[in-house]
Design a binder for this molecule. Structure first.
Ligand code: SF4
Ligand SMILES: [Zn+2]
Ligand SMILES: [Zn+2]
Length: 306
């Protein structure tokens, strides 16, 4: 098959718009949409800092590459990669090395934080979390350290690598569970709240398959190992539902996200809290103690009962 733009050998067929594209035109197609999203979501000026949450997987490595291309030296905006080591032997160390190498080569400041600072590791918590998925602890602790590091850096924004599939799944999941408040908080964050570095999501309109192909055709190294604690989570059900919808009618994922975008201003007005205050650990919270302090106390109790 030939590229519909230039006639060179095509590497992919984009089903939702019916185009065959070669590696170069495909890369341009991805970059154009990511740059448009960045412009739409944030405003940064020379001398300011932005942080990027990077696990070393395909999405976050593509994100880091594109952000460092956009905010290179020319714009004089500081780009910082933050990686969190959850303490999962054999899984996290190789991906940390990939991120570190990429940062060294591309002159990006690399920041590593670890669950050990909180006195836990996922290898110690996972066997104890029988009634709840280990991912509950992992996600909450990761967000806490990520937010804390972004705050220390003085970052104006924190970028995360959520792709179109992630977005469509999260929207469907919160919608079906009736969790409208969480739906309102999905991001990108439009309001600056005390202690919370606003997140932006440059890949939110790029399908997962395209981030993978972009990484491959651009020679971006990434880690594709699977976490040993990955369980058949609720999200997997929504992954199948969204995949099936997309299969039957190409463009469904885009429609889910664009319907959400239309509703977002209303959700925002109704649900986002303006009365956040700081927990004693420094994290923003609605209640007295933040979720991560609650879960940490719970994990420490379980660990001391061993
Ligand atoms: S799968 Fe769960 S435990 Fe493993 S890294 Fe992801 S959130 Fe953490
Ligand atoms: Zn082409
Ligand atoms: Zn706290």
């Amino acid at each position: 098959m030939k590229c519909d733009h230039c006639g060179a050998e095509a590497v992919t067929f984009i089903r939702y718009n019916g185009m065959h594209l070669c590696a170069e035109d495909f890369s341009r197609f991805v970059e154009k949409r990511v740059k448009r999203e960045i412009r739409k979501q944030i405003k940064v000026y020379p001398g300011e800092q932005i942080a990027v949450a990077v696990s070393g997987g395909k999405d976050s490595m593509v994100l880091l590459k594109l952000i460092s291309d956009v905010f290179g030296e020319r714009n004089r905006v500081g780009v910082h990669a933050i990686t969190i080591d959850e303490g999962i032997e054999g899984y996290r160390p190789p991906s940390v090395d990939i991120v570190r190498r990429f940062c060294e080569k591309n002159d990006i400041q690399f920041h590593l934080r670890s669950f050990k600072e909180l006195g836990v590791t996922m290898d110690s918590i996972a066997p104890l979390s029988r009634d709840s998925s280990p991912c509950t602890y992992c996600g909450v602790f990761r967000r806490r350290l990520m937010n804390d590091e972004a705050r220390l850096i003085g970052a104006k924004y924190l970028a995360t690598g959520h792709n179109l599939d992630d977005m469509a799944q999260s929207i469907m999941m919160n919608f079906v569970r009736g969790d409208v408040e969480r739906l309102a908080r999905l991001g990108p964050h439009e309001r600056v709240q005390p202690g919370l570095i606003p997140r932006f999501l440059p890949l939110r309109l790029i399908p997962e398959k395209e981030t993978l192909l972009y990484a491959i055709v651009n020679g971006i190294e990434f880690w594709d190992g699977e976490c040993p604690y990955w369980t058949e989570a609720l999200r997997n059900q929504y992954r199948s539902i969204v995949d099936e919808l997309e299969d039957r009618s190409p463009g469904s994922r885009h429609s889910i996200v664009s319907s959400y975008d239309t509703l977002r201003p209303m959700l925002y007005k109704e649900y986002t809290t303006s009365n956040l205050h700081l927990c004693k650990c420094g994290e923003p919270t609605v209640g007295k103690r933040c979720k991560s302090c609650d879960l940490l106390a719970d994990a420490q109790k379980k660990l001391s009962n061993l």
